[in-house]
Design a protein around this ligand. Structure first.
Ligand code: GDP
Length: 444
C-alpha cells in the first residue's frame, strides 16, 4: 500500500534526520522532494500545494528552528499535517437512528460497491447486528446475483430483487421487509455507471430522498487516481454524503486518492478496502495511515488484527507451555506457522511494519515466505503424531517417506528439522533464563 510514496519520503526523512542544523534553504529542498513524492503518488495538485504551504510555514516557525532536533521536528510537522489532511481521527458508522438504519452505497461501476457492501455487512454481523443486503442495480442483473452469492457465502440475508422492477419500487419493498422482520441495518447497493451521467445521479438522488439513509457512503477506487477525486467531488455535490470508502488500496496504485479525497469532499474516509476478500475492509485511522506513509508502521492496527484473527487461547497455550518448561514440539511449531498464516501471511504483516523492518524484508520475497510456510506445514502433516512430538525419532528411511508424502526433497525435511531444533533451543533458553539469556544465546 502506497509503497512508492513511503519509499520516496523515506529518503527525505533520512536526510532531515541527518541535519544537525536546518536552514530555510534545506527545509525548502526537503519540501520540494515531498511535493514531488506526493504528486507522483497522484495526490491532487491543490491538495499538495495547500499541504506544502502549511508544512513550510510551520517548519520555518519557532517550534522547529528552536528545537534541539530540528530534523525530527520537521518530520513531526509532516506527520501531523498528513494526519490532519486525512481527517485527524477515525470516524465510525453512525447507527444511532431508529432501526432499520439504512446505509446507501454510491459510486461508479467497478469501484467496489457490491464487494464493499458484503464486507460491511460482515463487519456489522460481527457486531451482532441483523443485516439485510439489497441491490437496486437492475441494469446489470449479474450485479444482483453477485450480491446474493456474496450474502449466501457470508450467511447474511439478501433481498430478492426483481430486475424487472424500478429501483424505487425495490426500495419500497426492501424497507417493508426490513421493518416487518426487524432488521437493524439495511445496506442498499445501487447501480453505477462507467462515468458520471445525469440519469444515474437522478436515480440515486431519488433513492436517497425515499430511503432517507443515515449513512450515504461513496465508494471510490484508489487506482483511479485523480479521476477518483473528481468523481468524489461530483457525487458530493449531488448527494449529502456522510463518508467515503476508498477501495483497492492494496493494489500497486499510487494511492493518492486516499490523501486527497477528504480535503476535496470534506467528508471523512470511514473505511479502506485492502483486499478482494470479504475480510479486506479496515476502519480508516488518519493518524495510523500517516504513520504507514512515513514508514513508521501501523503497529496498532497490527495488534488489533492479531487480536481479531489469532486464536488467543491457542497462542496462550503455546506461551504457557514455553513458560512451564515443557518440551516445544513440532505440533507447537506448526501451530505458530498457522497463526502467522491466519494473520494474512507475511505480505500483509510487513505492510504494517515500520519501514526499517519492512525495508529489510523487501529483500525477502514475502510470497516465497508464505509458500515455504505452507510447504513446511505439508511436511509436518506427513509425519505421524508420535514423530511430531519426538522428532529425534525420525530416521533416514522415514525422512525419505515424509519427503515423498509431502512432495519435497529430503534436504527440505532436514532443513525443517534443523530449523525446528534451533527454535526449540531458543524456546528452552527462554523458559529457563528469560530474555537476557536468550539475547546472550543469540549473540553467541
Ligand atoms: P461495483 O461495480 O462497484 O459493485 O464493484 P465490485 O464490487 O463488483 O468490484 C469490482 C472489482 O473490484 C471486483 O473484482 C472486486 O473483487 C474488486 N475489489 C473491490 N474492492 C477491492 C479491494 O479493496 N481490493 C482489491 N484488490 N479488489 C477489490
Amino acid at each position: 500500500m502506497l509503497e512508492n510514496l513511503t519509499g520516496r519520503l523515506q529518503g527525505v526523512i533520512k536526510n532531515l534526520r541527518g541535519q544537525a542544523r536546518l536552514t530555510e534553504e534545506n527545509i525548502a529542498d526537503a519540501m520540494r522532494e515531498v511535493r514531488m513524492a506526493l504528486l507522483e503518488a497522484d495526490v491532487a495538485l491543490p491538495v499538495v500545494k495547500d499541504f506544502i504551504a502549511r508544512v513550510k510555514e510551520r517548519a520555518n516557525g519557532r517550534e522547529v528552528l528552536q528545537s534541539l532536533t530540528p530534523g525530527q521536528a520537521v518530520i513531526e510537522v509532516v506527520n501531523q499535517e498528513l494526519t490532519a489532511l486525512m481527517g485527524q481521527a477515525n470516524v465510525g458508522l453512525n447507527l444511532a437512528a431508529v432501526p432499520p438504519v439504512v446505509i446507501l452505497m454510491a459510486g461508479l461501476q467497478g469501484a467496489g460497491k457490491t464487494t464493499t457492501s458484503g464486507k460491511l455487512a460482515k463487519l456489522l454481523k460481527e457486531q451482532k447486528k441483523k443485516v439485510l443486503l439489497a441491490s437496486a442495480d437492475v441494469y446489470r442483473p449479474a450485479a444482483i446475483t453477485q450480491l446474493q452469492t456474496l450474502a449466501k457465502q457470508l450467511e447474511i440475508d439478501c433481498f430478492d430483487s426483481n430486475p424487472q422492477q424500478k429501483p424505487l419500487d425495490i426500495a419500497a419493498q426492501v424497507m417493508d421487509q426490513a421493518k416487518k422482520s426487524y432488521y437493524d441495518v439495511v445496506i442498499f447497493d445501487t447501480a453505477g455507471r462507467l462515468a458520471i451521467d445525469e440519469a444515474m445521479m437522478a436515480e440515486i438522488k431519488a433513492l436517497h430522498a425515499y430511503l432517507q439513509p443515515t449513512e450515504t457512503l461513496f465508494v471510490v477506487d484508489a487506482m483511479q487516481g485523480q479521476d477518483a477525486v473528481n468523481t468524489a467531488k461530483a457525487f458530493g455535490e449531488t448527494l449529502p454524503l456522510t463518508g467515503v470508502i476508498v477501495t483497492k488500496l492494496d493494489g500497486d496504485a499510487r494511492g493518492g486518492a486516499a490523501l486527497s479525497v477528504r480535503h476535496v469532499t470534506g467528508k471523512p474516509i470511514k473505511f479502506i478496502g485492502v483486499s478482494e476478500k470479504v475480510d479486506g475492509l479496515e476502519p480508516f485511522h488518519p493518524d495510523r495511515m500517516a504513520g504507514r506513509i512515513l514508514g513508521m508502521g501501523d503497529v496498532l492496527s497490527l495488534i488489533e488484527e492479531a487480536h481479531k484473527k489469532v486464536d488467543m487461547a491457542e497462542a496462550q497455550k503455546v506461551a504457557d507451555k514455553i513458560k512451564s518448561g515443557a518440551k516445544f514440539d513440532l505440533e507447537d511449531f506448526k501451530a505458530q506457522m498457522m497463526q502467522m498464516q491466519k494473520m494474512g501471511g507475511m505480505a500483509s504483516l510487513m505492510d504494517k511494519m515500520p519501514a526499517q523492518i519492512s525495508g529489510m524484508a523487501q529483500k525477502i520475497n514475502t510470497t516465497d515466505v508464505d509458500k515455504s510456510l505452507r510447504r513446511l506445514e505439508g511436511i509436518i502433516n506427513s509425519m505421524t503424531p508420535e514423530e511430531r512430538r519426538k522428532p529425534e525419532l525420525i530416521k533416514a528411511t522415514r525422512k525419505k517417506r515424509i519427503a515423498a508424502g509431502s512432495g519435497v526433497q529430503v534436504q527440505e525435511v532436514n532443513r525443517l528439522l534443523n530449523q525446528f531444533e534451533e527454535t526449540q533451543k531458543m524456546m528452552k533458553m527462554f523458559s529457563k533464563g528469560g530474555m537476557a539469556k536468550l539475547m546472550r544465546g543469540m549473540g553467541g
